[in-house]
Design a protein around this ligand. Structure first.
Ligand code: BG6
Length: 279
């Protein structure tokens, strides 16, 4: 097994090298995917050029892991949970894959009542990336959580991005209107702030950016968040340049509408599978 490396600031990261030129970079803090390059040389993941690499701070961009709650949808203080801020361990790696582990509890002041064993697995093969979060309830009580893989996708120009597929047929809640729920209404372009939770998304979400198509499918992560902060909210985010909103959209597969409920020793896995190709 290869070892993690240190960046110029002494922060640990691991490069998952595929059989060909495909590769992904994962920082141990948060088991946070920061880069992915496909075998065709495409780089579909966005990382903010002003992301802050610091202890206990989640990176802006890449793939933050939201656990044990998505946003404020749970009983914990921290929006999107603590997993994205904690330091994970590398526990295995092979050609094109790696496994990271985080154990929390049983006496964690930020997570009262939780004792859990988390494994994050990444596999990159050719033009495909598979991200899998497994949670095992290591405690004696029932464990309940919401979660999401909060993936930031690079786009060359948000106003030219075309969205199709799975979101078209799904009911959704608008985070900008107190989570009011709407019937399916296709959204094919983004031209303002968007912050929506789509429920029970069955088919892949497709992003068309010029000649590039990204296909994103959840497995046992039935919900999907579509997020772009647009102009005003971006200005308030110190870790995103003012024009940063033009360069990404988040498609975050999660288990949000209803929580995962695990009895003692029970296990759950949710996955996001991404394919990126030139058409
Ligand atoms: C999205 C939420 O998942 O994450 C948004 O739906 C939120 O409401 C966004 O603004 C970013 O969250 P954070 O905590 O990374 O700034």
């Amino acid at each position: 097994m290869n070892s993690p490396q240190k960046d110029a600031n002494g922060r640990d990261y691991f490069v998952v090298q595929g059989a060909g030129t495909e590769r992904a970079t994962v920082y141990l803090q948060g088991a946070h995917v920061t880069h992915w390059e496909t075998a065709s040389g495409l780089k579909p993941i966005y990382l903010s050029p002003t992301a802050v690499f610091a202890d206990g701070k989640a990176l802006r961009g890449g793939v933050p892991i939201c656990w044990p709650q998505f946003s404020d949808m749970g009983k914990y203080k921290q929006a999107h949970g603590v997993a994205r801020n904690r330091v994970w361990s590398l526990i295995g790696s092979g050609k094109g894959d790696a496994l990271f582990r985080l154990v929390v509890g049983p006496d964690d002041p930020e997570l009262p009542g939780i004792h859990a064993d988390l494994i994050f697995g990444l596999a990159c093969v050719g033009d495909e990336l598979d991200l899998a979060l497994t949670v095992c309830n290591a405690g004696v009580d029932t464990l309940e959580f919401t979660t999401a893989l909060h993936t930031y996708f690079s786009v060359s120009d948000i106003t030219k991005l075309q969205i199709s597929g799975g979101l078209d047929e799904a009911r959704w809640a608008d985070n900008l209107q107190n989570r009011r729920v709407f019937d399916p209404a296709p959204i094919h372009n983004i031209d303002k702030e968007v912050d929506r939770i789509y429920f029970d998304v069955k088919n892949p979400v497709l992003l068309h950016d010029g000649s590039t198509q990204i296909s994103i499918q959840g497995h046992d992560l039935p919900d999907a968040v579509l997020w772009n902060p647009w102009i005003e909210k971006t200005k308030k985010m110190s870790d995103l340049p003012d024009d940063g909103y033009q360069k990404f959209v988040c498609v975050e597969h999660g288990k949000i509408q209803s929580p995962v409920v695990l009895g003692p020793k029970e296990k759950w896995t949710g996955r996001q599978h991404i394919t990126c190709r030139n058409l």
